[in-house]
Design a protein around this ligand. Structure first.
Ligand SMILES: CC(C)(COP(=O)(O)OP(=O)(O)OC[C@H]1O[C@@H](n2cnc3c(N)ncnc32)[C@H](O)[C@@H]1OP(=O)(O)O)[C@@H](O)C(=O)NCCC(=O)NCCS
Length: 235
């Protein structure tokens, strides 16, 4: 059964949902085993107060989804971040509705800004393509330090640092109002390459897990020799 969600520009009357949204963001990131830039309830409240967020509700009034706008490089770039749909309402088209609403809000508030996003998920890549975003290299994103600082709280930050901020597990996508393909073109291009993207995202994930295992192995070996050293010194 399809549900009729209410998808609204958030305001101060919604700040009571900030904690629940924040918790769901953390739980979902843990469940996926991927990283996110951590957000506090205060931060989400400020986005609601400024009218820079979209919130969705199910017909019974329960919270169903959220996303917000961030502005970087003195307004040259805008990111639509923190997309989350409550688990009970996933796979019913809600993320697509939220992303459309936040994209329209971004275009109205910042008509000249480039809109970008970083994602580890195929669903978001698909939705972004339908809006006219195309995959880009990290060099085409904002170089605003404040944006990249946000990645510090992500579990994958070491990878980003190790790759000199040129790549990481997330795929970068961008909509440039001055130079963009039509949504039809980007959607067709995505469909052509969907299988490749899927494999690419999976291989990035596997590489990360391999690195994690190797690092854990090195930590175990290192701890063994430190303990051996301490033991010999004490006896
Ligand atoms: C990713 C997320 C936002 C998708 O929300 P959703 O409401 O289930 O997405 P939709 O129903 O609008 O689906 C949009 C499209 O993506 C596809 N899709 C949804 N989840 C998917 C998944 N896990 N893997 C692959 N495709 C997926 C859908 O099939 C749909 O395509 P279709 O209409 O051609 O079939 C949701 O799963 C979520 O909140 N996950 C945890 C947080 C997260 O990953 N946020 C994104 C951070 S960048």
């Amino acid at each position: 059964m399809t549900q009729e969600f209410k998808v609204l520009v958030a305001n101060s009357s919604h700040i009571g949902f900030a904690l629940q949204i924040c918790r769901e963001m953390e739980e979902s990131a843990k469940a996926r085993g991927t990283g996110i830039a951590k957000r506090s309830p205060d931060y989400l409240e400020s986005k609601m107060n400024e009218g820079k967020a979209v919130i969705a509700f199910a017909p019974d009034g329960s919270w169903a989804g959220f996303c917000y706008i961030e502005c970087w490089g003195h307004g040259e770039y805008v990111a639509n971040s923190g997309l989350i749909v409550a688990p009970a309402f996933r796979k019913s088209g809600l993320a697509r509705q939220i992303k459309k609403k936040i994209f329209e809000l971004s275009r109205t508030k910042y008509p000249d800004a480039k809109i970008f996003g970083l994602t580890t998920g195929l669903a978001v890549m698909k939705i972004n393509s339908e809006l006219g975003y195309e995959p880009v290299t990290y060099s085409e994103l904002t170089q605003d330090e404040a944006f990249w600082q946000g990645c510090k709280s992500c579990v994958n930050h070491d990878i980003l640092k190790g790759k000199d901020r040129k790549n990481c597990l997330c795929t970068a996508m961008l909509y440039d109002p001055k130079d963009h393909y039509t949504p039809e073109e980007t959607t067709t291009e995505f469909k052509k390459k969907e299988k490749i993207y899927e494999r690419f995202l999976r291989s990035k994930q596997i590489q990360y897990l391999k690195n994690l295992k190797r690092n854990n192995f090195l930590i175990v070996v290192y701890s063994f020799f430190v303990n051996l050293f301490l033991h010999n010194n004490n006896s």
